[in-house]
Design a protein around this ligand. Sequence first.
Ligand code: FAD
Ligand code: FES
Length: 324
Amino acid sequence: MGNDILRVRVARITREAEDILSYELVAAEGGALPAFEAGAHLEVRVPGPGDFLRAYSLCNDPEETHRYVITVSRDAKGRGGSSAMHERVREGDALEVHAPRNNFPLLFARSYMLVAGGIGITPLLSMARMLERTGANYSLHYCAREPGRTAYRELLSQAPFTERVRFSFDGGDPSKGLDVKELLATRLPGARLYCCGPAGLMKAVRDAATLHRWPREKVHFESFTAEGTSAATGREEQGFEVTIRSTGQVLQVPAGQSVLNVLRRNGVRIPSDCEAGTCGTCVTRVCDGQVDHRDTFFQAEPAGDQRMLVCVSRARSKKLVLDL
Ligand SMILES: Cc1cc2nc3c(=O)[nH]c(=O)nc-3n(C[C@H](O)[C@H](O)[C@H](O)COP(=O)(O)OP(=O)(O)OC[C@H]3O[C@@H](n4cnc5c(N)ncnc54)[C@H](O)[C@@H]3O)c2cc1C
Ligand code: FES
């Protein structure tokens, strides 16, 4: 077992909303768990034939050391990781997780605006708990489809959150939901904005932040999916060409499609796991071309142009040659 792998026990499972369950995890051997910061996530080895590794944000207060709480929304269109969490994991089970990692740290600010969409509430809930405890100035804007599908609605409707949290229910039509342009028109001095949610919401927040001249370094995003990564990075997507070195095969990667999916459709199999640029499994050597890194895995250790995570990263040049 690697150094950062922890064995935890599922102490409690709670239904938080339709198709959304939370899992309270404690150290399998008892005692304290490694500390985490608001915004951090765990990679959980989901039991079952798929042997999935899936990232889940910690949503409890980072002050707690006796437990990690994660919340999982079942994604019926996914490859089965979230369904396996719902169907296979039971109270009392042991799970393997990687120690918490944080790609979405809460930096110092004089005030905070938190914008959550759907299950994107999880890292922001941990932040809200911490900001509440430390007496910070913050507001949480929580967008969801309908009350019955809104995790932690009851908790966030009560003291101490009542005055801080605003819900927006759009019934599935974003034009009827939160007016992001209007919300971002007011920027308190020294404010930071944190947003996590579906790609459409993150794009709307990014566009409104640009319109109202929020400094780029004060606006922070976390994406749960590869699809949301370009909304989170705010970078335009261009098509480019990929060459497979061993066969000379040339493939087009259009805007909106990942290198991984283009390779897969053309019969080139690359091991993958999170498909969101967090786990490092799909790392591929690059022989030629310039890489546009969009992952969060290589943040601490710059990857240069020699390797890339093909699930999310793209090309800055017109062509890439992959060592496959
Ligand atoms: C940092 C981080 C934190 C996260 N925190 C949470 C959290 O707190 N709660 C939570 O519920 N989830 C969270 N997630 C998402 C979670 O890791 C899983 O992605 C999610 O549970 C779905 O897993 P899955 O295996 O069911 O679906 P996946 O297979 O991962 O599919 C997810 C989506 O990707 C698309 N997709 C899947 N396969 C393909 C394909 N081959 N081609 C094109 N599109 C495809 C589909 O649209 C699908 O809806 C987080 C992700 C990250 C990166
Ligand atoms: S599959 Fe996890 S980083 Fe690409």
